[in-house]
Structures are given as C-alpha cells and as structure tokens.
Design a protein around this ligand. Structure first.
Ligand SMILES: Cc1ncc(COP(=O)(O)O)c(C=O)c1O
Length: 362
C-alpha cells in the first residue's frame, strides 16, 4: 500500500478552536504551505479561516475549492512581478513585501492592494528566518523617497520557534514603532505571521510556557490597540494541521544492521529538493477510529530497546526517523506515524505545491 496521510476532522476542528481561543480578536489566515491538499483546505475553509499563500499553485488550489480571493493573502516576500500580477488579477488584495524593489512591483502590478511591510527581527531573535527589512534599510528608504510611509498599510513579521515572552515583547515593540510612523491609514494591519504552536513537544515544553506566551501576545496587543485601531492578522500553519495528520504506510523490508534495524517504508515523499515530485498518494479527511500506531506503546524503557531506523525506500535511504522501540516492526505491518500533518505531503519538491520542473535535453 502506498503511503497516505489521514487527517482527523475532530482534531483539525479542536486545534482551530484552540488557537482561536488563544488569539482573541486576531483573524487567522492558515498558511497553506503547511499542507495545501484541497481536502484539508476545504475543512479549514469550513471553519471560516482565511488563507495565506506563497505560490500561484497554492492560490489556485484555494480558488478551485471555492475560497473567495478576499479571504486570501500573500505573505511571501521576495516574489516576482508575475506572481503579484497573477494573484492580483485573480482578486488577491493583500501582499507582504520586504524590499523597496518589491514595493515598486506592488505599486505597479497590484495598485489597490494592501501592502504589508515585513520587518526583520533576526537581530532580536537569531532563530528567526532571515527575511524582512531592517530598521536601517527602512530609515534609508524613507529618507530617500519621502512618501513611502503613506503607501504602506501595515507591518508583518514571522514568529520564530522561540516562545520567550520577553523576546516577543521586543519584536512587538519594533512592529509598534513602525506602525507609529505609518501615514497612509488610520487602521493599519499588524500581521503576526506564523510559528504558533498549540502544544509543544517535550523538549520545548521544558523550556517554554505556552500559556504565558499567549498571555503576553494578548497583553502587548492591548497596549498597541490603545495607540492604534489596528487590525491584527496571523498566519499559523503547523499549529492547525500537524497534530491532525497521520502518515500510514506498510513496512516493505527490514534489515538488521550492527546496532540497529533498518526498516524501509514506501513513503515517496522525497528527502531532498529535486526528489521525485509525486508525494503521498492519497490524502483523506475523516472522522475515524484510531488505527494501531507507532506511538508510546511501542516505545520501551528497558534500556535494551533496539534502535529502529526508518527510511524511505522510494528515495535515497535518508533516515526518516531513528527511534528506540520495544520491538522491530514486521514486514507487511501497517504503521501509523502520528503528528505529521504539517510539512509532510509537501516536503521538498512539492513545497508550495509547485510542479516538478520540465525536463528538456538540448
Ligand atoms: C510568512 C509565513 N507565514 C506563515 C508561516 C507558517 O509557519 P508555521 O507553520 O510555523 O506556523 C510561514 C512558514 O515558514 C511563513 O514563512
């Protein structure tokens, strides 16, 4: 049986509700890059979410299932004029940008769209993705071309995997300082990107207190709301779909190596950019009975557990998981890996739902 991803409808619903409860007054735009399968998008649309897309393909998947363009934003900086023009022509009216050149492209190809300046926060948080405009670049740009602060409708940034309230405060202060300078709108947008979690894996749970983190978001936004009538958006991906999705596949082969057992699975998800484009063969969303799963009951604690290395047989034998388990899975056995609903079916070559490049010999 080829691998398939199964999304549990009740878990999707619960995780949407949980994040909505933690981010009161914030409009959620699901970041489709986490899983842009139409069935999953449809479930999330039914919960009234908006969507954040990073490619024409993700945009198309949403329009195809009937999501209105007014509910789609493009949060990706570093996009070319073609993507801007295409999305604008199809109705998208909100775009992030992080450099003067892209701002010029937006003015030209998406003239009446909302323009959100993505600010850099990497100097505050080294785990943050290195995109966004630095404060110095913003100052230089404003000095050079006076009117730009009247052409920006809001600010965006991406939360990293750092859930320290102090750090969040500094990032929100920076965003607030830019909002203070905007001149073109009385109701600017603050888009607090992605990076949210509903639950933390054990190693992060030891370090961070999620409840405190979300309390800080709410309190700090309260301060910002006292200064501006801001509209607040967020682009969660992982938090909404990760827990709901399980990957099911059968064991193809088991080999005993010196200190570990290598278990080959038919995943077909690729492990490196450029790997084969066909991903998981089927995506299902359903209420369902849990199958037997690769979970705590298979994990042992005797100190004598065999280490099992799972590899994708259809790819390059790069390990998928390396786990100490009570017993080695058997050939033909159906395994379920839980909590793989985010960034699994779209791994490597299908990220952003992009097609495999055409091949030519010349
Ligand atoms: C701009 C932007 N928004 C949202 C997301 C979603 O992040 P996450 O799945 O961690 O919530 C990403 C992920 O890289 C992103 O770059």
């Amino acid at each position: 049986m080829p691998a398939r991803l199964i999304y549990d409808r009740a878990t999707l619903r619960a995780d949407v509700a949980a994040l909505q409860a933690r981010l009161p007054g914030i409009r959620l735009f699901y970041a489709a890059k986490a899983c842009a399968e139409p069935l999953v998008l449809g479930e999330l649309a039914a919960h009234g979410l908006g969507f954040e897309v990073a490619s024409a393909e993700e945009n198309k998947a949403l329009l195809d299932i009937g999501v209105g363009a007014q509910d789609i934003i493009c949060g990706l900086p570093m996009k070319g004029p073609d993507l801007i023009a295409d999305m604008y022509a199809k109705g998208c009216r909100a775009f992030a940008f992080d450099c003067p050149e892209e701002h010029a492209d937006l003015l030209c190809h998406a003239p009446s769209a909302v323009r959100l300046l993505r600010i850099a926060v990497q100097d505050l948080d080294s785990t943050s993705i290195g995109w966004g405009m630095s404060p110095d670049t913003l100052d230089a740009w404003v000095a050079e071309s006076g009117g730009v602060l009247a052409q920006i409708d809001g600010v965006s940034f991406h939360l990293s995997r750092n859930y320290r309230p102090k750090l969040l405060e500094r990032v929100l202060d920076r965003a607030g300082a830019v909002l203070d300078r905007l001149q073109g709108t009385t109701s600017p947008i603050l888009n607090i990107g992605g990076g949210y979690r509903n639950t933390l894996p054990p190693h992060l749970a030891l370090k961070f207190d999620l409840e405190r983190f979300y309390r800080t978001v709410t309190e700090r936004l309260g301060c910002l709301r006292a200064r501006h009538s801001i509209r607040v958006w967020a682009e969660p991906g992982r938090a909404l779909v990760e827990r709901a999705g399980s990957l099911q596949t059968r064991v193809l082969q088991v080999r005993a190596a010196a200190h570990e057992h290598v278990v080959a699975l038919e995943l077909n998800i690729g492990t490196k950019p450029g790997a084969h484009p066909s991903a998981i063969s089927a995506v299902t969303v359903a209420g369902r009975e849990p199958l037997y799963s690769l979970d705590a009951h298979l994990r042992g604690d005797t100190g004598e557990m065999p280490t099992v290395v799972f590899v994708d047989a259809t790819c390059e034998f790069a390990p998928f998981y390396r786990l100490p388990l009570c017993r080695v899975p058997r050939v033909g056995e159906l395994l379920e890996f839980q909590g793989l609903g985010a960034y699994t079916g779209c791994l490597s070559s299908r990220f952003h739902r992009r097609a495999f490049p055409n091949v030519t010999i010349a």
